[in-house]
Design a protein around this ligand. Structure first.
Ligand SMILES: [Zn+2]
Length: 476
């Protein structure tokens, strides 16, 4: 009896890991494939699971199929290798390039955290150890194998798969897995994260193709539900964005934008260029202050097969963003510090997106106390992060051990998400060529998954279940 076991992203939005075993439920004698191998993030209760071994020994897993390069989908790979995994990790070429950037960076952060805890003796474990190091992350990259979209890969006599587009971020895909189990052919679709619809007013600024692959056919679907209980605003945010930037420039202030280094920063840079060239905002200097974001732009430029038509047209017209006049990409700490002495007004985009660390801290420490400035959020802010505190318009926020007063204007635009919301998901699901036997919802907080399950049952009359952590479900 072949089965799937949910080893992560069940009951939460992080730690995506779904195991297919072609053998019996004892787990023995089967071919084992892991779809995604993500890091648990957020509440401690989940993060602690990063330290537990997989319920199946890592060395017994035969292959990994990776949908995309977000840490909650790929960030546990170096640990899996550290625990003895030696199979192949299949991913698209852009996903492999992005992993080459973010996995070593994640290892570096793990080492820094361990050093910090050892210094402040906050850890119960002495000494605190990193989950994996920079070197271990780099060494895990040797197991990656490129697979092109649409290419069929035979993993085993009974298991093959191919990638189809998910349109979530650069290189992101869904995995269609074909199984021969107990004399039956079965098709499983693992969606990974699902991108937005093709509508530039509703989902503006997509730098990569939008719209997930339509016309899918599957017996079993394992589907994300991040936005199961939320709706994206429907109005075009660009007029509001232009207004906010114009008003800030008029009062002599700067716009500070905390943004995730991958995808969101590139998206915002293209939107700014568009608004400048249309004459909707003044030609302000734009500083992109994140070494990772710059490297991500380079990777993005390498994969022009992924561009949206608008991006292709912008690059044809204006050339590479790294050489746009008025746009400065700061790499070294010295270049970053120079931005602080730059003349106002300007636009500064920096990471981390939730203000948990990185260069955004010194830009905010300097600019939050001045009411002429604007802090603009274009991404999700998890509770208890500095980004959340600023976005909730508290009086002050702690940065580098000091309380910084929040006097700058604070605004948030919610339209830039890279996840489809319920109406968009239904629109995509209605393109399926069949009604799958069962759909398991993963990658959502419990309320989001429950709401999406109820909506899909009502609107589509599909059989939908919310996956439980460590639950095994038969697929044959
Ligand atoms: Zn993602």
């Amino acid at each position: 009896m072949a089965y799937i076991q949910f080893l992560g992203a069940a009951g939460t939005v992080t730690g995506s890991k779904h195991l297919i075993n072609t053998g019996d439920p004892s787990g023995k004698n089967g071919f084992q494939v892991l779809i995604d191998c993500g890091l648990f993030q957020g509440p401690k209760e989940w993060r602690e699971r990063n330290w537990r071994d997989t319920p199946v020994p890592a060395k017994d897993i035969d292959a990994v199929i990776l949908t995309h390069a977000h840490l909650d989908h790929c960030g546990w790979i170096p640990r899996l290798v550290k625990e003895g995994f030696r199979g192949a990790i299949y991913a698209t070429p852009p996903t492999i390039d992005l992993c080459g950037l973010i996995l070593p960076d994640s290892g570096h952060l793990q080492e820094e955290d361990a050093r910090f805890y050892n210094k402040t003796r906050k850890s119960k474990h002495s000494p605190a150890l990193p989950l994996y190091t920079f070197e271990e992350a780099e060494s895990s990259l040797q197991y990656f194998k490129p697979v092109f979209v649409g290419q069929t890969v035979e993993l085993h006599a009974d298991v093959s798969f191919r990638f189809v587009r998910a349109a979530h971020i650069l290189g992101s895909c869904m995995a269609e897995v074909s199984l021969h189990a107990d004399g039956r052919a079965r098709r499983l679709l693992f969606t990974g994260d699902i991108g937005r619809v093709q509508d530039h007013k509703v989902a503006p600024g997509k730098v990569v193709r939008s719209g997930p692959q339509e016309g899918e056919l599957a017996d079993i679907v394992i589907m994300e539900s991040t936005y199961g209980n939320r709706l994206h605003p429907r109005e075009d945010p660009l007029p509001q964005l232009a207004g906010l930037i114009r008003d800030t420039a008029k009062r002599g202030g700067s716009v500070v934008v905390p943004a995730f280094a991958i995808e969101r920063t590139q998206k915002f840079v293209f939107i700014l260029k568009h608004l400048i060239e249309c004459g909707d905002i003044p030609r302000l200097p734009v500083f992109c202050d994140s070494p990772m974001a710059i490297k991500a732009v380079e990777i993005f430029l390498k994969h022009d097969e992924e561009y949206s038509d608008e991006t292709r047209e912008m690059i044809r017209k204006y050339g590479t963003p790294l050489a746009w006049p008025g746009f400065t990409f700061a790499l070294t700490p010295e270049e970053s510090k120079k931005i602080n002495s730059a003349m106002m007004p300007s636009v500064i985009i920096s990471s981390s997106g939730m203000v948990t660390g990185g260069r955004i801290l010194h830009h905010l420490a300097q600019r939050l106390p001045d009411p002429r400035n604007l802090v603009l959020f274009i991404g999700f802010q998890a509770p208890a992060t500095r980004g959340f505190i600023i976005k909730s318009r508290s009086d002050e926020v702690k940065i580098y051990g000091d309380y910084v007063p929040i006097r700058a204007q604070v605004a948030a635009l919610e339209q830039f998400s890279d996840h489809a919301d319920p109406p968009e998901l239904l629109q995509w699901l209605r393109t399926f060529r069949n009604r799958p036997e069962t759909t398991y919802l993963v990658h959502g907080e419990p309320d989001a998954s429950d709401k999406l399950r109820d909506l899909m049952k009502k609107e589509l009359e599909w059989n939908v279940q919310v996956a439980q952590y460590l639950e095994k479900v038969n697929v044959a």
